[in-house]
Design a binder for this molecule. Structure first.
Ligand SMILES: *Cc1c(COP(=O)(O)O)cnc(C)c1O
Length: 378
């Protein structure tokens, strides 16, 4: 008999979503915008201790509008962490600008501040201009070295757009991820820590900027009794029904984060005697990852690869996933400048994401850990 399927990160409903959706239906708010969008935004603002949050149709839309508001346009360069999901950097290209990729450092797997500075200096030397923005990512929930990155960015007067799509509830130095740069992007896609079925948000530092974001997200309609446009807009607002789901998810956010952290700790404890495997941990007490996904690194002296392990787990109906393949290794970005060594390449070659969904039981985690140990014994 086949074993029960264990998935990487399944949607985990709270049970209160339906209540909020019913409210929305009762009041005929089955439209884009509506009271649940406002409620969802306020709850995010309170949770993050942020002045303004705008709910959008996707995390990708949030990154795109962040770049629009930062004035990124044709001919500009934008620095982005290479090791990430393509959604971090595709919006650079939507704006007609060019990405410049920077390597990671091994502990957080995020942007290496030294390489960032090297990239800024080199780009200035080559192009005579500074990059227009910097996009660090809090990968798998682990905060980037945000203080150092912001300090370097500030010293050159370059704004930071923090891609915190995977890091809702993570903190660096006591401050919530998503609130560090000029803008922060969040995602509520189906596999993220909470979901609106699909959606995202842009964290802003003041209400007037948030107003501009809403303007661009609703087709850039000027305030007139007829449709009048002075600039190009987008259709990026979150629907009221999706926001209602988000309200239900906010009810349990803290529990979801706690469970993801518990799952990481459980893997760590179960795999301590497995010398080939290292479970990612917070580098020091300033870092408080939400551990959206638990990642492991496999010692390459074991002669075994993450791909072999992924297949071995799949044979037992366990879903795992390779780490993000760095953007400078992607054919579509082959011509983009890259600053760094082979850290992100090595992380990609050695890492694997384990099933980490908050609905998983301890017995599921034990089954995965046992299977991993069996793999290294065979
Ligand atoms: C999920 C994700 C995004 C994009 O979010 P969507 O809501 O799927 O558009 C961006 N960056 C990272 C790092 C992500 O994981």
């Amino acid at each position: 008999m086949a074993s029960e399927r264990i998935m990487l990160s399944r949607v985990h409903l709270s049970g209160t979503e339906q209540k909020y959706i019913d409210e929305a239906f009762a009041d005929d708010w089955v439209v884009p915008l509506g009271p649940h969008v406002d409620r969802f935004e306020h709850r995010l603002e309170n949770y993050l201790d942020a002045p303004a949050v705008v709910a959008l149709s996707a995390g990708t839309a949030a990154i795109h509008l962040g770049l629009v508001l930062l004035g990124v346009s044709r001919g500009d360069e934008v620095i982005c962490q290479s090791m990430t999901f393509a959604a971090s950097c595709n919006p650079i290209v939507y704006q007609g600008a060019s990405p410049v990729f920077v390597d990671s450092e091994p502990e957080t797997m995020n942007m290496d501040p030294d390489m960032l500075e090297r990239a800024i200096v080199e780009r200035y030397r080559i192009t005579g201009r500074y990059p227009k923005a910097i996009i660090p990512v809090d990968l798998y929930g682990m905060p980037a070295r945000l203080k150092e990155i912001i300090e370097i960015a500030d010293s050159y007067g370059i704004p930071v757009l923090e891609d915190a799509a995977e890091a809702l509830g993570s903190k660096f130095d006591g401050q919530m991820c998503g609130t560090f740069g000029a803008f922060g992007a969040l995602s509520f896609n189906g596999n993220k820590i909470i979901t609106t079925s699909g959606g995202g948000a842009l964290v802003c530092h003041d209400q007037s900027t948030a107003g501009r974001v809403k303007f661009y997200a609703t087709q850039a309609r000027e305030d007139r009794p007829y449709y009048y446009h002075e600039t190009i807009g987008y259709n990026y607002r979150l629907s009221n029904i999706s926001a209602a789901i988000g309200c239900g998810q906010m009810d349990v956010l803290e529990q979801r984060i706690n469970r993801r952290r518990e799952i990481r700790d459980l893997y760590d404890a179960l795999l301590t005697d497995c010398s080939e495997v290292t479970v990612q941990s917070n580098p020091d007490s300033r870092f408080q990852s939400n551990f959206w996904l638990t990642t492991i690194a496999i010692d390459n002296r074991s002669g075994k690869s993450p791909e072999m392990l992924r297949q071995y787990l799949a044979e037992d109906n366990i879903e795992s996933r390779r780490l993000w393949r760095p953007m400078h290794m992607q054919p579509v970005f082959a011509d983009a400048p890259y600053y760094g060594g082979n850290v992100s390449e090595r992380l990609f070659d050695q890492g694997l994401c384990l099933p980490s969904g908050s609905s998983l039981r301890d017995s599921d985690i034990i089954r995965v850990a046992e299977r991993i140990k069996e793999f290294f014994r065979q």
